[in-house]
Write a protein that binds this ligand. Structure first.
Ligand SMILES: Nc1ncnc2c1ncn2[C@@H]1O[C@H](COP(=O)(O)OP(=O)(O)O)[C@@H](O)[C@H]1O
Ligand SMILES: Cc1cn([C@H]2C[C@H](O)[C@@H](COP(=O)(O)O)O2)c(=O)[nH]c1=O
Ligand SMILES: [Zn+2]
Length: 205
């Protein structure tokens, strides 16, 4: 379980502001990324910190505005189209949360670094791999610049092992395809590879 290095805005003994930092929560679909993001943001709220939360405007699966987990936890957010919009909302806040980070372009990295350099705690949740098992968008670069990286895991929908892959259940080859259990399953490495081979066999018929 991730424990915050500190939540206070000022060092106890000196009147110095604490530094900013970046946290990344990554994993497959259904691994609990959004739950963990909401948990950390709720704790920051309890510590009376000013929190702003963002998600890509394209992600309207469960709700236009709220960030919502697969088990229906939710927190209000601001839907944005570009990472730069984050600056318009964060001049006074101390903690910035970003969900579905894989959908933003590479400029998200620079935006997060700037936010952290100006003393903010930045918490990013996103898919580390797409349905083909390739690193997704700016997630690898965000992991590289983060102070803290947490990889969470789902349960394999086929065999019940620990799952790190998001297996797409239909034939679409588009990288971005919003969906839930209708279109994706969490799978372990073995069941993911078996499923990919099976799909390839069917394509060749
Ligand atoms: N295969 C699965 N493995 C683990 N949790 C699952 C699975 N399928 C559904 N869930 C549900 O999804 C919840 C996690 O949802 P969420 O935080 O939105 O995940 P993520 O953001 O990583 O997709 C779990 O607490 C559980 O209730
Ligand atoms: C693997 C994969 C996923 N997506 C989409 C499907 C969902 O709408 C989101 C992931 O949501 P979650 O909170 O992590 O469950 O991403 C996609 O567009 N492309 C992919 O390869
Ligand atoms: Zn499995």
């Amino acid at each position: 379980m991730f424990i915050e290095p500190h939540l206070g805005k000022y060092h106890r003994d000196k009147n110095l502001r604490t530094t900013g930092w970046i946290e990344v929560i990554c994993g497959s679909m259904f691994s609990g990324k959004t739950e963990e993001l909401i948990r950390r943001l709720n704790r920051a709220n309890i510590a009376r910190q000013k929190v702003e939360i963002f998600k890509p405007a394209i992600d309207t699966r469960y709700h236009d505005i709220d960030v919502v987990s697969h088990n229906s936890n939710s927190i209000p957010s601001t839907p944005i189209s570009t990472p730069q919009e984050i600056f318009l909302w964060t001049s006074n806040c101390e903690v910035v949360g970003i969900d579905e980070a894989q959908f933003f372009d590479d400029s998200l990295v620079e935006v997060c670094v700037t936010l952290a350099n100006t003393g903010k705690r930045v918490i990013i949740a996103g898919l580390d791999m797409d349905f083909q098992g390739r690193p997704f968008g700016s997630m690898p670069a965000l992991m590289a610049v983060a102070e803290f990286v947490t990889k969470v895991h789902a349960i394999c929908a086929v065999c019940g092992s620990v799952a790190s892959y998001s297996f797409r259940l239909n034939a679409s080859q588009e990288r971005v395809l919003l969906g839930e259990t209708d279109s994706y399953e969490a799978r372990c490495r073995r069941c993911y590879n078996e499923g990919m081979l099976e799909q390839e066999r069917k394509r060749k018929l």
